[in-house]
Design a protein around this ligand. Structure first.
Ligand code: MLT
Length: 264
């Protein structure tokens, strides 16, 4: 349903009852990427999957937005939904927002999932690519992001074996508001460095990588996990970037086991 948050209507899906688990989607996606996790977790948890401002069914920002502002939206959302504390999960861009949340309000999170994400800020070349993406989004619409991202999300094997999955991911990406994706691209381009944050994370942390992920490669993620005290690190075999959708059974098994340990 829609909630009025920090001056905008944001779409927030919610299912199940129990300890709250908030899952933050990646770019250029929305809450629908978490469908398999929502199904698996909602038997025992209150699973909350918002569409970040400008993506999915949420309002497009009217002024510049930053990763910090996405994080502020999540904190306001928690206040409005009476959630004092929650387990927090972020996939890729959602991980960048999770880092911002841990900087702003570490006491409000009981556990952390980092999936296919990285703590470094963008370098100049990556920033330039984001600017080019913003221009392409204005020229061609959301299909510019879809065309750039789709080949990087699944392994070739999965794409060949599961044309239906490719089709549904493609449809979600093509349905995004193009200008919302422009805002997201620029927010990611100028996001803060989070490497220094890692050592100060005190909540139980699960880090999940995809064996063949070129966007957040396993070696980068394993280094990140090493820097987080007590974090556990897993690589899902034969998976590319979009592990929650490409290998939902393996992903859910890791996540459920982790949550059972931290919410017991
Ligand atoms: C994502 O999956 O959210 C994006 O690939 C993240 C990024 O472009 O840095």
């Amino acid at each position: 349903m829609k909630h009025h948050i920090n001056g905008a209507e944001l779409y927030i899906a919610e299912k199940g009852q129990g300890a709250p688990v908030i899952l933050l989607h990646g770019f250029p996606l929305d809450h629908r990427m978490w469908q398999a996790q929502v199904e698996a977790l909602s038997e025992n948890y209150r699973v909350i999957t918002p569409d970040l401002r400008g993506m999915g069914h949420s309002d497009v920002p009217v002024a510049n937005i930053s990763i910090e502002q996405y994080a502020d939206d999540i904190l306001t959302m928690m206040d409005k939904m009476d959630i004092q504390k929650a387990a927090l999960g972020g996939f890729s861009m959602g991980g960048y927002v999770a880092f911002a949340l841990l900087r702003k309000a570490p006491k409000r999170f009981t556990a952390l999932l980092l999936a296919n994400t990285r703590p470094e800020a963008d370098g100049l070349e990556a920033r330039k690519n984001r600017m080019n993406m913003a221009v392409a989004l204005y020229d061609k619409g959301a299909s510019a992001a879809r065309d750039a991202m789709l080949p990087k999300l699944l392994t070739e094997q999965t794409a060949n074996d599961q044309p239906g999955l490719v089709e549904s991911i493609s449809a979600v990406m093509a349905s995004m508001p193009a200008e919302g994706l422009v805002h997201a691209s620029l927010a990611m381009a100028f996001r803060a460095e989070s490497v220094d944050l890692l050592g100060s994370i005190t909540v139980p942390t699960l880090v999940i990588a995809g064996e063949k992920d070129a966007i957040a490669p396993p070696d980068v993620m394993s280094k990140m996990a090493d820097a987080i005290p007590g974090a556990s690190f897993h690589t899902i075999p034969a998976a590319s970037h979009l592990t929650p959708m490409e290998k939902p059974e393996a992903f859910n098994a890791l996540l459920l086991e982790f949550l059972k340990g931290v919410t017991a």
